[in-house]
Ligand binder design. Sequence first.
Ligand code: SAM
Length: 234
Amino acid sequence: MNADKLSKRLERVADFVPKGSKTADIGSDHAYLPCYLVKKDVIPFAIAGEVAEGPFQSAAGQVLAEGLVEQVSVRKGDGLDVLNPGEAECITIAGMGGALIASILERGKDKLDNVKRLILQPNVSAISIREWFMENGWELVEEDILEEDGKIYEVLVGEKGDPSLPYKDMQNKGLLFGPFLMKKVNEAFKKKWALEKDNWEKILSQLEKAAQTEETLRKKQELQQKIKWAEEVL
Ligand code: SAM
């Protein structure tokens, strides 16, 4: 992967960036995504934010090597702290857990006023992002799921709007599986949830053997519900 040829995962994130929108890539590491977007003339200007020194240096070096110092501003800081209010119209956050992405958004809420689109690629726990959208007035407008090098990745796109609109009568199930992904049911989706279902079934059979406390019963019910949902969506 480099700034001319992204991984399939980051290419999918890039596909969702609206043409011409000032974009901040948070947790940018090598800064391949912002460099790619500028080089392909998708956007005129990007911010690459990084909290850790090594990745920050890597991003700065990449931008320098590409001759993009005027178009890609590399900034060191935690989450959305690197942004001035109103500066970004689109934010991408990729390659982290969903809970961390949601916590970055939560802590940086005051920087989201002018942001029109969030493009988020959680490695795990996409549900944390769907829940954050639901609680904070962001409507999930598109989703994708793909497999690359044996790993499965989800990409979620949010815009300000009616958070409950994509879910209709299936809120809890939709929050777990993704309302758009449940309609597409592609190979990556089938593989992910077949594996999760296997795992839930193993945990359930272990719980059957354990002492039946109130907590065990609650966990069993939760797993049975999720297994039932998985059977419905697959
Ligand atoms: N976004 C790139 C990608 O998808 O290939 C890099 C992903 S890398 C696994 C995650 C990066 O996020 C690391 O470089 C890490 O230092 C950075 N990171 C983690 N928490 C962060 C935070 N709160 N603010 C900014 N960067 C963060």
